[in-house]
Design a protein around this ligand. Structure first.
Ligand SMILES: NC(=O)c1ccc[n+]([C@@H]2O[C@H](COP(=O)([O-])OP(=O)(O)OC[C@H]3O[C@@H](n4cnc5c(N)ncnc54)[C@H](O)[C@@H]3O)[C@@H](O)[C@H]2O)c1
Ligand SMILES: O=C(O)CC[C@@H](O)C(=O)O
Length: 527
């Protein structure tokens, strides 16, 4: 039974799903060294934001197939290191959207009405009504940085509260922003004009310290900023200084550059104009159930050999296309493996042409499958859907995807052309019925053969006696032929012969076959 390590607190609903297919060990609060020590035993790792999945942990995870992040942000996972090792990283892109948006709204309102201090004051026995005069958000301008899922939900709620909306998001259109009631503007204008600024962007090298001293200096002295996205997007020292010196009115922060927040963080000494929560954006009962189920289901599926629906480091396949595409992924892998052997293993160019109905489908997963097949001779089980593209890129393989929907020999077919040490070779294949894979051409000679484990391909002159001679040669080496087919374009011209063999070809026989008069080339293939 596979083993799953759950290293952060996860809702029981997720554990129940994982337990259907795996031994689940819940072991939270581990140090990095402890994780490195135990990870070699595990097939899957499930985390929230508490575990930093470093390169060292990934390198040590020799059985790891999947890392599941029960949440959105995967900035606590070294995704490039996981990709290189062929480990799928999945998240739950929507499970906590509402929770995070509602937390940001709560932060905006509690900051505006001094709720944390007022609560502490009453609980300490005081009744200080004049000390806590707040401000309204009605008719104020809200600047949303990042108009994705959480930013959009905040926008809808803020609009209903009568706020005017600005948004900065270089990756969405002005039309989309307009649909959400926002005016799309540059960051500088948003910082200058907003009374409230809320951040809903991922932490990336581009967004690290996006909100620094200079950007904060553009804000109005009455303006307030909310960060429920990721620590590090705001420069914390600059923020503390801006509030203390009265350059801005306040801030509400849920996420920090270092979590837990250090005891001596300047944010802790800002006083009453800052509201701090300990990364609670996703902490609702509903969101924790959503993300636990979402990610546990994906871990279960991957452990069962099925695709994950929200993988961040493999080409996504829309769930409704998975069933339809599966036989084509198998076909692409088989053809990739075949063409790499015909082209001599070291391939430097691959053209993947999607034909017929397949041309109207998602192409990227099929191309990745072809690359996986292409590299499987060299890398064996080290190559998979996660790292095939990187491995191909690092080997300098130029990959071109083309489409031709007008080719209708089969409902959908796939044509691969590869250039390698043995020159240029092409193969075409199709899926018959539900899932039967056929090789339908080799070097543009039409054939119709099912791929088998051991195969022999020859290029020869179509002339009497040649098939018999190959048969006798194989017989003399005690190799049994399971099936044989010849593909030719014209009678007595060039032809290819495809033989399926019951046994692998013994050493040396290929050299004998090539000596047969009329044989131009011969290739052994193991699929
Ligand atoms: N506090 C929490 O507990 C909590 C919970 C959930 C999500 N989050 C964080 O909230 C953030 C947003 O989540 P989401 O689900 O809305 O993501 P999303 O992918 O739906 O939206 C992110 C938006 O940011 C935009 N963006 C990316 N780079 C940008 C840049 N440099 N400048 C401006 N916009 C940029 C994108 O175009 C996208 O529209 C993530 O960082 C996530 O980790 C925090
Ligand atoms: O794990 C958590 O509670 C936080 C999750 C949140 O930061 C996210 O990115 O989804």
């Amino acid at each position: 039974m596979p083993k799953v390590l759950v290293s952060d607190p996860i809702d029981q609903a997720g554990i129940d799903i994982l337990s259907q297919v795996a031994q689940v060990d819940v072991n939270t609060g581990l140090s990095a060294a402890e994780l490195v020590a135990i990870i070699p035993d595990y097939d899957a790792l499930m985390i929230r934001s508490g575990t930093q999945v470093t390169k060292e942990i990934i390198e040590a995870g020799n059985l790891l197939k999947i890392i599941g992040r029960a949440g959105v942000g995967v900035d606590n996972v070294d995704v490039p290191a996981a990709t290189r090792k062929g480990i799928v990283v999945v998240n739950s892109p929507e499970g906590n959207t509402i929770a995070a948006a509602e937390h940001a709204i709560a932060m905006m309102l509690s900051m505006s009405r001094h709720i944390p201090e007022a609560n502490a004051s009453v609980k300490s026995g005081k009744w200080e009504r004049n000390r806590f005069i707040g401000v309204e958000v009605y008719k104020k301008t809200l600047g949303i940085v990042g108009l994705g899922k959480i930013g959009s939900h905040f926008a809808a709620a803020a609009k209903a509260m009568g706020m005017k909306l600005l948004a900065y998001d270089p990756f969405i259109s002005a039309e989309r922003a307009e649909q959400l009631g926002c005016r799309l503007v540059e960051l500088e204008l948003l910082m200058r004009e907003s009374d409230y600024i809320t951040l809903h962007i991922p932490k990336t090298p581009e967004t690290l310290h996006l909100i620094n001293a200079e950007v904060l200096s553009k804000m109005k002295p009455t303006a307030r900023i909310i960060n429920c996205a990721r620590g590090g997007i705001i420069d914390e020292a600059a923020l503390a200084e801006a509030i203390k010196s009265g350059k801005i009115a306040g801030a509400a922060i849920d996420v920090y550059e270092h979590e837990p927040l250090e005891a001596d963080s300047p944010l802790r000494t800002v006083g009453q104009n800052i509201v701090l929560t300990p990364h609670l954006g996703a902490s609702t009962a509903e969101a924790q159930v959503n993300v636990a189920i979402d990610v546990a289901e994906q871990i279960r599926d991957v452990l069962l050999g099925l695709p994950a629906r929200s993988a961040v480091n493999i080409p996504g396949i829309f769930p409704d296309s998975i069933e339809k595409l599966k036989p084509y992924l198998q076909l692409a892998e088989t053809l990739g493996n075949l063409v790499s052997q015909l082209a001599g293993g070291r391939v430097d160019y691959l053209n993947v042409q999607l034909q017929g109905e397949l041309a109207t489908n998602q192409g990227q997963p099929v191309v990745v499958a072809a690359l996986k097949g292409l590299l499987s001779q060299a890398l064996r089980e080290r190559v998979n859907y996660v790292n095939a593209s990187i491995e191909a890129k690092e080997r300098g393989i130029r990959v071109v995807e083309t489409r031709d929907a007008s080719i209708r020999d089969y409902t959908g077919s796939l044509h691969l052309r590869a250039k390698g040490t043995l020159g240029e070779h092409t193969v075409t294949g199709a899926v018959l019925g539900e899932s039967e894979i056929r090789i339908t051409s080799v070097d543009d000679f039409p054939v119709n053969v099912a791929p088998t484990h051991h195969m022999l391909f020859t290029l020869h002159r179509d002339m009497p006696g040649i098939i018999g001679r190959i048969g006798s040669q194989l017989g003399s080496f005690n190799v049994n032929i399971a099936s044989m087919q010849v593909g030719r374009k014209i009678v007595r011209g060039d032809a290819v012969m495809v033989l399926s063999l019951d046994d692998p070809l013994p050493e040396g026989i290929l050299a004998e076959i090539i000596k047969v008069p009329g044989i131009r080339d011969a290739y052994t293939v193991n699929l």
